[in-house]
Write a protein that binds this ligand. Structure first.
Ligand SMILES: Cc1cc2nc3c(=O)[nH]c(=O)nc-3n(C[C@H](O)[C@H](O)[C@H](O)COP(=O)(O)O)c2cc1C
Length: 285
């Protein structure tokens, strides 16, 4: 049998059309990886076209509510299986590094390489998200006026919080941290990264599990910044809606957390806290 074959190419990909099936060869990948990915897509396209045919033949149309999106598959990118010892060593080294992360509230004004922040955001944006909607936005603020506005807005809210809104119980829980309404770090830290939840509207799709997804992304972000040697503070003035106006963000974006980033000040101290031991937080069944 002879199949109709057509090819076209762009700067870094070749598109091969075989009997109306479109296969993309990504030239940014090594040839063997790109070919493997292309073949996996071809196999999957064959499978889905027969599934689609079966579904319409069996009269099951309508069960999918007129769905137009189709799944596409590529090989799992990270498949090495290191030996147990190497793997445990890697996991231990990561945990050893993570347990040295501390929330810093006293920053040096010294600048930091913005490329480090961009790469950390890149890591954060690789997080899993409900239905892969990626409902996050990261706004990197270095402009002094904007940082000052963030400080003024946060201090106004936090004054109300500490004076009236926080009950005695909450203030008691915060006491070991030594925090109060003053938020100089929002102005002093060279970078303030504000993370937003992105909701439907403004051309964005309806998201699922927004808080869970953004929380995981922020976890990766903090780990990446700490690994790169920078200090962070996860700051959550309450309420935070006013931040949209200060940073000119649209109504479908909701502030999630404000993260000053930089170097700790020379004289910086952190609260003397104890973390729960592993056998208390981990239940093995
Ligand atoms: C969701 C969340 C909100 C937080 N909000 C604030 C905050 O508004 N101000 C602050 O000083 N610290 C805030 N923190 C930092 C915590 O107080 C800190 O993580 C905790 O005391 C443990 O200290 P460590 O991060 O040094 O281990 C917040 C942390 C989280 C996870």
């Amino acid at each position: 049998m002879t199949l109709p074959v057509a090819t076209s190419s762009a700067a870094n990909s070749v598109v091969v059309t075989v009997a109306h099936a479109r296969l993309d060869l990504d030239l940014n990948e090594p040839v063997d990886v790109a070919l493997e990915a292309m073949l996996a897509r071809a196999t999957f396209q064959k499978k889905t076209s027969s599934t689609t045919a079966t579904r319409s033949e069996s009269g099951a149309e309508g069960q999918d509510g007129g769905m137009t999106a189709t799944a596409r598959f590529v090989p799992v990118p990270h498949r090495e299986r290191p030996g147990d010892d190497a793997q445990i060593g890697t996991a231990r080294a990561f945990a050893d590094a993570m347990v040295t992360r501390r929330t810093v509230r006293d920053f040096s004004p010294d600048p930091v390489p913005l490329e480090v922040i961009r790469q950390a955001v890149r890591a954060a944006a690789s997080a899993p998200s409900g239905a892969h909607v990626q409902p996050w936005r990261f706004v990197l603020v270095t402009d002094l006026e904007r940082k000052r506005s963030l400080r003024e807005g946060a201090e106004a809210e936090e004054r109300r919080f500490y004076d009236t809104r926080a009950g005695r119980e909450w203030l008691e829980a915060l006491a070991p941290l030594g925090t109060d309404w003053r938020k100089p770090f929002l102005e002093v830290a060279p970078v303030v990264l504000v993370v937003f939840e992105v909701h439907a509207g403004n051309g964005e799709p309806k998201p699922y599990y927004v808080k869970e997804s953004v929380g995981i992304a922020v976890g990766l972000l903090l780990a990446a910044l700490h690994t790169a040697g920078l200090a962070t503070l996860t700051h959550t003035p309450s309420p935070m809606r006013w931040i949209c106006e200060v940073l000119g963000r649209p109504g479908n974006e909701r502030p999630y957390v404000v993260i000053p980033i930089g170097w700790p000040a020379d004289e910086a101290l952190v609260p003397d806290l104890v973390r729960k031991p592993l056998d208390e937080v981990l239940v093995e069944l």
